[in-house]
Ligand binder design. Structure first.
Ligand code: FE
Length: 229
């Protein structure tokens, strides 16, 4: 089996949100699909370890916020590489409450779909939740949605181990003192690309990054970065 074949599947990138007893939570997911158009139905695939899974199970609702291609890595890290068990992800976040009561993220979102769960399918590590659409809308019609390929190839993003599409990284030969990888989230700092979201220009070596620079995905400091070679 050549599992590289899986990387030829195409996806988007979304914030899947839910609630439980007045508490809100959300996470990044690349697996959201339309299932039927009549009735309008979508499905998401969520890791059982994630707090959002617990919330959807309990409230039987979820919303999908479709994020734009220009979404900064810090936003993806906020929802994708941190747990709502440690802090409230919606504090200081722009959102509105949908008709189902699920939060709809407004920052970086171009469209949203909210649903009521009709069915779920146990898939071992993950559950597929199938939801009938209760409301949906466009927030920014002039922006392109983020794709999974764009996130990986252009933004240098990685998948957490809880993602359905996660694969153990293949160790690549990295030039000495060239690329540094975050030991917390797997983000790789590429000097050729810099970190434009944080104002770091392309061509800046890892050594030349400011001392207070932090991982744009998970917020870890420079000491958490390692290089090979
Ligand atoms: Fe990191």
């Amino acid at each position: 089996m050549d599992k590289a074949a899986f990387f030829k599947l195409s996806y988007g990138l979304y914030v899947v949100t839910s609630k439980k007893n007045g508490q809100l939570n959300g996470q990044i997911a690349n697996t959201a699909i339309q299932v039927t158009s009549d009735p309008p139905t979508i499905a998401v695939c969520i890791n059982k370890q994630n707090l959002t899974h617990e919330f959807i199970r309990s409230s039987r609702i979820f919303a999908v916020s479709i994020i734009s291609r220009s979404t900064p890595m810090t936003f993806i890290g906020h929802f994708g590489f941190k747990s709502g068990r440690d802090f409230n992800k919606f504090e200081n976040m722009n959102y509105k409450t949908g008709v189902t009561g699920a939060p709809i993220v407004l920052d970086n979102t171009i469209a949203y779909i909210e649903t009521e769960v009709m069915k779920e399918l146990d898939c071992g590590t993950h559950t597929i939740f199938v939801g009938e659409v209760r409301d949906c809308g466009i927030l920014k019609s002039d922006e392109e949605p983020m794709t999974y390929a764009f996130y990986h190839e252009v933004k240098g993003g990685k998948s957490p181990k809880t993602a359905p599409t996660y694969q153990e990284p293949v160790k690549e030969k990295v030039e000495k003192s060239a690329k540094y990888t975050c030991s917390v989230c797997g983000y790789t700092y590429d000097p050729e690309k810099g970190d434009p979201d944080s104002g770091v220009k392309p061509g800046t070596t890892f050594e030349d990054l400011p001392a207070d620079w932090t991982c744009p995905v998970c917020g870890a400091d420079k000491s958490k970065f390692e290089t090979e070679g």
